[in-house]
Design a protein around this ligand. Structure first.
Ligand code: ZN
Length: 83
């Protein structure tokens, strides 16, 4: 069993304003979303909360890539948001 990834709450606590970067496995296109916004969506859809792992979020994505149409996302923290 793989180790669980770091929960969103960790980043929200240690890096206020941090984003989440979604990267398409198909074409490597990426976009950043505020972690607060991601969390709101997860809660709204009943899919997760601040304990959800930062990598698990990508598996909950419901929209295909706008560029190549793939539904294969990776997600990781994006500390450069707002720079
Ligand atoms: Zn793509």
């Amino acid at each position: 069993m793989p180790a669980p990834s770091v929960p969103l709450s960790h980043y929200l606590t240690t890096h206020p304003g941090v984003g989440l970067r979604f990267t398409c496995d198909g074409c490597q296109a990426s976009h950043d979303v505020s972690m607060e916004v991601v969390l709101d969506r997860l809660k709204h859809r009943g899919l997760g909360d601040e304990r959800t792992g930062v990598r698990e979020v990508a598996k909950l994505a419901t929209r295909p890539c706008a560029r190549c149409g793939a539904m294969a996302w990776g997600s990781r923290p994006a500390f450069s948001v707002g720079r």
